[in-house]
Design a protein around this ligand. Structure first.
Ligand SMILES: COC(=O)C(/C=C/C1=C(C)CCCC1(C)C)=C/O[C@H]1C=C(C)C(=O)O1
Ligand SMILES: O=C(O)CCC(=O)C(=O)O
Ligand SMILES: [Fe+2]
Length: 358
């Protein structure tokens, strides 16, 4: 997927938020201050009541027949009513979750000059910086990102894989393989929950695309004025999100027109349905808008994997999910075209998905 020409993207000066934070500004630069309507409602101090569903992966992978059936229906309900769920007992070594968190944190703590060696070029989404900034007047997120294309090999830019921290690249490789297996398995159970053959997505997706993005949100003296990450839905089929162990609550999802904070479960992984699954299921499973907010004193780290079909495939709603009561809501398109459309537009709720709507 060719990036859009760098010369045509004028993004203006983008402050690095970690460097900004070092100066402890009492006045937040205007480019980070959101318009009134966009300003966040911050997570209440008390735990929230409406938590997203929890799926016990071990009941899917090694449960009895009854456990498997019951967990598949819970998974189906989570996909249909929430689009977000937390997976416990996912089978990925906790030491690997710790290692990826450590290398990610160590990377963000490197001096700016070192991180700039891997700078994200304007109009592209890989490397260190702020993605999805496409104009000089666009508001900025209170976040530093580091993103890498992982699979297939041709989406990789080897120049962007850091040599420091020493274990960074090796850990990303091992972690990505494990997360990939989890995505493949979850898609199998999602297919079964839809009454389809378990291998339907695997067969359809071809050479799948996988990318990793690390988001670091430093504390912000005015969390009421800024957003850590703009509201968006993910373009992927599935997204896997790991939150740093001791990091503050920050992820919010839009549920029934209200922003609901996601309370992390230690060692769980958060999964969300992406735009691609919304299209394939003809809207039965929707990609849900989400955003990140910041905290006055605490920083936050998230490690996000996007798992998607090959750029080569053409997709649209699966025929089993279209009938006279559920007329076809999306057109057929090439997934590479959608990826290009996704990464060349700013994050703006579910606007990107209009590309596919009939
Ligand atoms: C919020 O979403 C993203 O940052 C994102 C970016 C993904 C990518 C990279 C970081 C590197 C190269 C490829 C890719 C575009 C996957 C979301 O990815 C979604 C969007 C589409 C479309 C998709 O396939 O994954
Ligand atoms: O940091 C978070 O919790 C949200 C990250 C996210 O939504 C993304 O990277 O797409
Ligand atoms: Fe996201």
């Amino acid at each position: 997927m060719a990036p859009i020409p760098i010369s045509s993207v004028k993004v203006g000066h983008i402050d690095d938020v970690q460097e900004l934070r070092k100066t402890k500004p009492t006045i937040i630069p205007d480019r980070f201050v959101r318009d009134m309507a966009e300003r966040p409602t911050l997570a209440p101090a008390m735990p929230c009541s409406s938590d997203i569903p929890t799926i016990n992966f071990s009941k899917l992978s090694k449960g009895s027949k009854d456990e498997l059936e019951s967990e598949i229906s819970q998974l189906a309900a989570a996909c249909e009513h929430w689009g977000f769920f937390q997976v416990i007992n996912h089978g990925i070594d906790l030491s690997l979750l710790e290692s990826i968190e450590k290398v990610a944190k160590d990377f963000f703590m490197l001096p700016l000059e070192e991180k700039k060696k891997y700078a994200m070029a304007p109009g592209t989404v890989q490397g260190y910086g702020q993605a999805f900034v496409l104009s000089e007047d666009q508001k900025l997120d209170w976040c530093n990102m580091f993103a890498l294309g992982v699979e297939p090999n041709f989406i990789r830019n080897p120049m962007l894989w850091p040599t420091e921290p020493e274990k960074f690249s090796g850990t990303v490789e091992v972690y990505s393989k494990e997360v990939r297996k989890l995505c493949q398995n979850l898609l199998k159970y999602i297919a079964m929950g839809l009454g389809l053959k378990g291998d339907v997505f695997e067969k359809m997706f071809g050479e799948t695309v996988q990318a990793i993005r690390m988001n670091y949100y430093p504390p912000c003296s005015r969390p009421d004025l800024v957003l850590g990450l703009s509201p968006h839905s993910d373009g992927s089929a599935l997204t896997v999100l790991q939150q740093g162990k001791d990091t503050s609550v920050g992820l919010q999802i839009l549920k029934d027109d209200r922003w609901v904070p996601v309370k992390p479960i230690p060692n769980a992984l958060i999964i969300n349905i992406g735009d691609t699954t919304e299209v394939l299921t003809n809207g039965k499973y929707k990609s849900v808008e989400h955003r990140a907010v910041t905290h006055k004193e605490k920083d936050r780290l998230s490690i996000v994997t996007f798992y998607a079909p090959s750029y080569e495939i053409e997709l649209g709603p699966m025929e089993e999910l279209v009938d006279e009561n559920n007329p076809c809501k999306y057109r057929r398109y090439n997934h590479g075209e959608y990826s290009k459309h996704y990464v060349t537009n700013k994050l703006q709720g579910k606007k990107t998905l209009e590309f596919a709507k009939i």
